[in-house]
Design a protein around this ligand. Structure first.
Ligand code: GLN
Length: 479
């Protein structure tokens, strides 16, 4: 279902129809381009729409079906890509002025996998600059609007991808999640969003923000479509030394199983801060899983509450190092100056926005001699405590449920001049990234002003099958 209430066929159904020849990929593409033409001027989900490229690709897929070949499990499925994933010859901006004019010389591994599976990329989506933010208000190209209420943010940093799916611009989108950037916008836009186990999906060609936390994952209108997508993009990649070598079990098959006997954990010492309407939906989610045959158990994750603090040392530290390469020499923008040192400075001053500069300064400070042990080193120890606390909880529970976001979508500008208020949006999503575990947000009804609320399902390392089973049960409970 899209934000305006129209229901669209699932990606699974479209792929089946295109593979059998019953539906033309060309028609699927035209429908989505028409949706984009109608509402994109108001929503601004995209930095680049790839209309001609999508049409050419659809023609190839239709020709391949006509010749008796199988284009793959995502045949004719439209996909939007967050604009921090490299696409050969197509601008990849990270919504930053510093990458102005840069066109990658290669495709990210996920882009190759999508192509091999028959998917059609319709465009590159807007984000908070370098994926730093929770509202897309930090984009150098202006914010994306929430399709459910255009006076409100879509969440971030993958706000363009979430909005693209919610507005029916594409059936599936890819985002990246370092501290919640897939799950939080999914919750605010009323779609499914998944952050897999660290290493489940290759990061090759994903522009690095905080390399030990970044993961690519899907947005979709249903749990089944998210499973289909993750089945395609999950797997080992020799180009990414942190990608997990083993094969992943089929999530499309896993969701056929119910939740009878599953232990669902309620974290009794979860940090406070969720609005009453969000809390009410979380309580309803526990009830729904209990009614479906699961057992609810109380667990504790004491270090959960320190996640935000540890993240805002570790992520900026890694970012300060990763973003050092944007100096006007090799990529994008260069502002000329009298000598090279001055050129670095004026280029970076002109190219980066305020939030990115804030992170670079925080990270540089946390890593500097004399402060390293007190800040960065300490944060790494907290990270280990968070991981261990979660592992203990997963001995008692198969999955944990929490709110995804403390509130429904908020108004533009309502947190704009207070970075700490914005950082609090990630209270419930960040600890999972620090632990390296998977997490996903599932739409579970509406809260204040009729806006979507997401429930977060968390699970242990490589426990995606059980996480998806719980998510599918929540979805079924609402239908
Ligand atoms: N909102 C968080 C931040 O600003 C998370 C971002 C992300 O997951 N990319 O860092």
């Amino acid at each position: 279902m899209t934000a305006d209430g129209t229901s669209t066929p699932s990606a699974a159904a479209v792929a089946a129809a295109v593979r059998s020849g019953a539906t033309k990929a060309a028609d699927v593409v035209e429908q989505h381009l028409a949706a984009i033409a109608a509402r994109e001027p108001e929503i601004h989900a995209f930095n680049t729409v790839l209309a001609e490229q999508a049409r050419e690709r659809a023609a190839q897929i239709d020709a391949s079906v006509a010749a008796g070949n199988d284009p793959g499990p995502l045949a004719g499925v439209t996909v939007a890509l967050k604009d921090n994933m490299c696409t050969r010859g197509v601008p990849t901006t990270c919504s930053s002025k510093i990458l102005d004019g840069w066109k990658p010389p290669y495709d990210a591994t996920v882009v190759n996998m999508l192509r091999d599976a028959g998917a059609i990329i319709v465009g590159k989506t807007n984000l908070d600059e370098f994926a730093m933010g929770s509202s897309t208000e930090n984009s150098a190209f202006g914010p994306t609007r929430n399709p459910h209420d255009t006076s409100r943010v879509p969440g971030g940093s993958s706000g363009g991808s979430a909005a693209a799916v919610a507005a029916g611009f594409s059936q599936i989108a890819l985002g990246s999640d370092t501290g919640g950037s897939i799950r939080q916008p999914a919750a605010l836009c009323g779609v499914v969003g998944v952050k897999p186990t660290y290493g489940y999906v290759s990061r090759y060609g994903l522009v690095a923000f905080a390399s030990s936390l970044d993961q690519i994952g899907p947005f979709a209108s249903s749990v089944e479509d998210a499973a289909l997508m993750l089945d395609v993009i999950g797997g080992h990649d020799p180009h990414d030394s942190t990608s997990i070598p083993q094969r992943h079990p089929s999530l499309t098959e896993a969701i056929q199983q119910g939740v009878e006997g599953l232990r669902v954990g309620r974290i009794t010492d979860l940090p406070e801060g969720a609005d009453p309407d969000v809390q009410e939906r979380l309580d309803a989610a526990f009830e729904a899983l209990r009614a479906a045959g699961a057992t609810i158990v109380d667990v504790q994750v004491p270090a959960f509450t320190f996640g935000l603090t540890a993240y805002y040392l570790i992520a900026p530290a890694e970012a300060s190092s990763n973003l050092a390469r944007y100096d006007g020499v090799r990529y994008g923008l260069r502002v000329d100056a009298a000598d090279t040192n001055e050129m670095y400075g004026v280029t970076r001053a002109a190219g980066f926005g305020d939030e990115v500069k804030r992170r670079i300064m925080l990270g540089t400070y946390a890593l500097s001699a004399g402060y390293y042990d007190a800040y960065y080193g300490k944060a790494l120890k907290v990270r280990r405590l968070i991981h261990d606390d979660f592992e203990r909880a997963y001995q008692q529970a198969d999955v944990l449920l929490t709110p995804t976001s403390p509130s429904v979508a908020f108004k533009f500008g309502s947190k704009g001049d207070n970075p700490f208020a914005m950082y609090l949006c990630d209270t419930y999503t960040i600890p999972t990234n620090l632990a390296g575990h998977p997490g996903m947000s599932v739409p579970f009804g509406t809260g204040a002003e009729g806006l979507p609320v997401g429930v977060q399902v968390l699970a242990g390392t490589l426990q995606e099958p059980v996480m998806f089973r719980a998510a599918a049960a929540l979805e079924r409970a609402l239908s």
